[in-house]
Structure formats: structure tokens, C-alpha cells
Design a protein around this ligand. Structure first.
Ligand code: SF4
Ligand code: SF4
Ligand code: FES
Length: 328
């Protein structure tokens, strides 16, 4: 069948133009096969990256019809509509987003690699063992998904956080960060959690837009990996039980018990730390007296309607989190 490839052409000092190339191809051919055919038979000046042709090296990522894809993985059939006239089947090919351009479909990936370097993407150990490291099968299995990353840049290209926040290290780097946190040989967990929890550069910079998960050709699911790091950071903070952490825990516990918050207990448990923080308790007195005098202090607590349902929901969420924690 005849297919029109509409390809973005641009050099550093020129405006972008689109050039059409019509080629005869089978729908089973990959987009990379088609780009090669165009380059070898129609226009030798077209620039794009490629290497393994087998979804291993990550070099050939580009945008096809606006979506970041691996050119050697996607085939023509995926992008055409067989019910319309062949000449109307146009496949648009553009460079990855969020990267400066070098030429045509070739982008400058320096920042991508620098960001990866920023998360210390190697196992850190306190002392070198006399013999090789041993890992159980289960310990190794935990690394399978994140180790599948081929650093293609598709997730970085579509990342909404990168688009607006140049400090954010990106989904590829944080997926690698989770790979290292999950590695039984690594001894730098505390230092890593501190580093990855930096406000806008680390995990909290992610807007949870899901784009990285949807384009990753290796099913690394970077957004899920970011979620796992967040859970680990929060767990560390919980073990320190700061007032902010206690605030969140007490709030959930009280809603689980009564369907809504029992105001009589809330301050005592959070600020007074269940009668352990004398200074905190003392600070509550003026407020308590003001509430009593204005009739705002609830003498009796009435659970909300549907409390069993609320309680069951919270219990089920807690059980899921516990299960996830034990898996990771
Ligand atoms: S996480 Fe997926 S999309 Fe991102 S660089 Fe790795 S393989 Fe590519
Ligand atoms: S989910 Fe987060 S990391 Fe993934 S693309 Fe969206 S903002 Fe970027
Ligand atoms: S050429 Fe290596 S992943 Fe496509």
C-alpha cells in the first residue's frame, strides 16, 4: 500500500517545515523500516537515530501521530485506517517533545542524561564484600520492571511536569531511583529518600498526569514507581511522627471510628500527642475555654450516618497499602 509520511524537517537555525514522502510499504513494516526506506531511496539528508532495530537500545524514539513511540516497535498498520483511501492515510513523524532539537528527528539528550546522573544511578555500598553479592530470586524479581527501562526518552518527551518545571528530574530518572531503592545490595536508602523527596526536583514535582505510563514501550510504569518512592518517604516521616504526620494519622483514625472527626479528641491527640506533650496540651487551654464559653465545644459525639461503610472503605485502603508495602 502507498502511505504518505509527513516528516518534520528542521535544523538549528531554520524554522520547522513538514515534508511529504510517499512510499510503497506493507502494513507489517515498522516505522523505522519506512524511515530507512525514505532515507535510502528518496532523501539521504533525513536525520533520525537508530541502532538495534529490536527495541533494545532506545535510540529510535520519535513522535508518531503526536505520540512518543519507538520507531522500531510500532508498525504501519497501527497508524492507518484501512477503511479510507490510501492517499488519505498520512503518518506524521516529529521529534520527541521536551528536548532541544539538533536536526529533523534528532534531539539533544544531554539534560536527560544529566538528570539521570543526578539521582546517583548506581548501587551504593558501605564496604566492598570479599566475594560477589548474593541476591535471592525474590530480591532480584523486585527489580525486573524498572530494569526494563531502555532510556528511550519517550516518557520524558510527554511529561507535563518537565514541560513546566525544568528542575524536575523526570520519570526515567525516578523509575531508576525506585530500582535502586528496591535493590537489596544498596545501603544508601536514607540518603536517597532525602534526595528524591526534594520538593520540585524529585517525586513531589510529578503531577500524576499518567503520560509516562501510557507511552513507555517497556511497561516500566514510571508513575507507579514514583508512587512507591512517595510511600517510602512518607513511611520514614511517619516513623518520626512529627505533628504534621500525626495530624494526618489521627484524622484518618477518627474518621474510621466515627465517620467524621470527633473534635473533642482531635486536638488532644494531635497537639497534645495523647497527653504526652504537656506544652502542646497547655497551648490548647485558651482555645478550649473560648470554645466552651461560646458553646462551640461539642459535649457529645454522634457518629455520622453510614459509619460502617466509611470504616470498611478506610480499612480496605489501609490493607491495600500494607500489601503494597510488603511487596516493595
Ligand atoms: S521509563 Fe520507559 S519511556 Fe521512560 S526512558 Fe525508560 S523505557 Fe523509555
Ligand atoms: S505522571 Fe508525573 S512523571 Fe509521569 S509524565 Fe506525568 S508528571 Fe511526568
Ligand atoms: S533502534 Fe534500538 S530501540 Fe529502536
Amino acid at each position: 500500500m502507498q502511505i504518505v509520511f509527513r516528516i518534520s524537517r528542521q535544523t538549528l537555525d531554520c524554522a520547522q517545515i513538514f515534508q511529504d514522502y510517499t512510499i510503497e510499504v506493507d502494513k507489517s513494516k515498522t516505522i523505522l523500516d519506512c524511515l530507512n526506506q525514505i532515507k535510502w531511496t528518496l532523501d539521504g539528508t533525513l536525520a533520525f537515530r537508530k541502532n538495534c532495530r529490536n527495541t533494545i537500545c532506545g535510540s529510535c524514539a520519535i513522535k508518531v501521530n503526536g505520540i512518543a513511540s519507538l520507531a522500531c516497535k510500532e508498525n504501519v498498520g497501527h497508524f492507518i485506517d484501512e477503511n479510507i483511501d490510501n492517499s488519505s492515510n498520512i503518518i506524521e513523524v516529529t521529534p520527541l517533545g521536551n528536548f532541544p532539537l539538533i536536526k529533523d528527528l534528532v534531539v539533544d539528550m544531554r539534560k536527560f542524561w544529566e538528570n539521570l546522573e543526578a539521582i546517583s544511578p548506581y548501587v551504593k555500598i558501605k564496604s566492598t564484600p570479599e566475594r560477589e553479592f548474593l541476591q535471592t530470586e525474590q530480591e532480584r524479581d523486585k527489580l525486573n520492571q524498572t530494569s526494563n527501562c531502555i532510556s528511550c526518552g519517550a516518557c520524558y518527551s510527554e511529561c507535563n511536569a518537565i514541560m513546566v518545571n525544568s528542575e524536575f528530574v523526570g520519570p526515567h530518572a525516578l523509575a531508576k531511583a525506585q530500582r535502586l531503592l528496591g535493590d537489596s545490595r544498596d545501603t544508601a536508602t536514607a540518603e536517597r529518600l532525602q534526595e528524591y523527596g526534594q520538593s520540585i526536583t524529585g517525586v513531589w514535582g510529578c503531577t500524576r498526569c499518567y503520560q509516562c505510563n501510557s507511552v513507555c514501550p517497556m511497561d516500566v510504569e514510571p508513575m507507579e514507581q514514583i508512587g512507591l518512592i512517595k510511600q517510602k518517604i512518607l513511611k520514614t516521616q511517619q516513623s518520626k511522627e512529627t505533628r504534621a504526620v500525626r495530624h494526618r494519622r489521627v484524622l484518618v483514625d477518627l474518621v474510621e471510628q466515627g465517620g467524621w472527626i470527633d473534635e473533642r479528641k482531635f486536638g488532644l491527640l494531635v497537639v497534645g500527642n495523647n497527653f504526652r506533650d504537656i506544652k502542646g496540651l497547655a497551648s490548647l487551654f485558651p482555645l478550649g475555654i473560648r470554645m466552651l464559653l461560646t458553646g462551640k465545644f461539642p459535649g457529645i459525639f454522634h457518629p455520622s450516618q453510614g459509619v460502617q461503610e466509611v470504616s470498611a472503605l478506610i480499612k480496605s485502603v489501609k490493607a491495600t497499602i500494607k500489601k503494597d508495602d510488603s511487596r516493595n
